[in-house]
Design a protein around this ligand. Structure first.
Ligand SMILES: CC(C)(COP(=O)(O)OP(=O)(O)OC[C@H]1O[C@@H](n2cnc3c(N)ncnc32)[C@H](O)[C@@H]1OP(=O)(O)O)[C@@H](O)C(=O)NCCC(=O)NCCS
Length: 181
């Protein structure tokens, strides 16, 4: 199993992954979101990575650009969404492989902060922590009960201390329905 950048010819397999991972209720909306984000210029620079097992794609993660105007300046920032792994391949390290590879590439690209709205029991293993208490607000208010799901990981030294304020996301993600955990 290797993690590699996706190509246009992977798009169908990527859609199948998210349909399967997120199921019939949520999957179609996630597939549309991925397509919209990949066409969205405001999402650039983006990073789309697939898990490839001998030509069979088993997982996909997408990172898209985020913006943050804070008194400390404007960090290079990214949002992780979505992440999906085929059900038959879950709990075998595929999600971890994709997230680790993505974070490694973002470090190489000089990204300071990475955000995610996701399972609060999954992302801390990669170093994510709740972003709200650090003064880093999501593009739309997150329900109090889900506050812990809005998380950040600092890649650049001291990035957490230097920056604060409201995160702005790519146009395709900039809809309230994408910010419900
Ligand atoms: C969440 C998901 C991406 C994890 O991928 P994965 O390849 O199964 O994860 P890994 O094998 O790298 O890691 C497995 C660990 O993640 C945990 N995990 C898996 N799904 C989880 C979830 N929904 N919430 C919390 N923890 C989860 C497992 O319990 C396991 O923990 P352990 O190592 O302590 O036993 C995958 O389950 C998935 O596609 N789920 C459906 C779509 C989804 O919810 N995407 C994420 C949106 S934030």
């Amino acid at each position: 199993m290797k993690a590699r950048l996706s190509t246009d010819s992977d798009l169908r397999a990527i859609s199948r992954i998210h349909l399967d991972a997120f199921g019939p209720a949520e999957g179609p909306e996630i597939v549309d979101l991925v397509g919209d984000l990949l066409r969205d210029r405001t999402a650039e620079p983006s990073l789309s990575i697939v898990a490839d097992s001998g030509g069979r794609l088993t997982g996909h993660v997408l990172f898209t650009a985020a913006r943050l105007d804070s008194p400390g300046g404007s960090p290079a920032a990214s949002i992780l969404a979505p992440l999906g792994v085929l059900q038959a391949f879950q709990r075998q390290g595929v999600g971890g492989l994709l997230v680790h590879r993505g974070l490694q590439l973002l470090v190489e690209r000089g990204v300071d902060l990475v955000f995610v709205l996701g399972h609060p029991s999954y992302y801390p293993r990669f170093g994510f922590q709740p972003a709200g208490p650090l003064g880093l607000e999501a593009p739309y208010p997150i329900a109090e009960k889900d506050a812990a799901a809005w998380m950040v990981k600092a890649l650049g030294p001291g990035a957490i201390d230097r920056f604060g304020g409201s995160v702005r996301c790519a146009a395709a993600l900039d809809r309230p329905e994408h910010w419900i955990e």
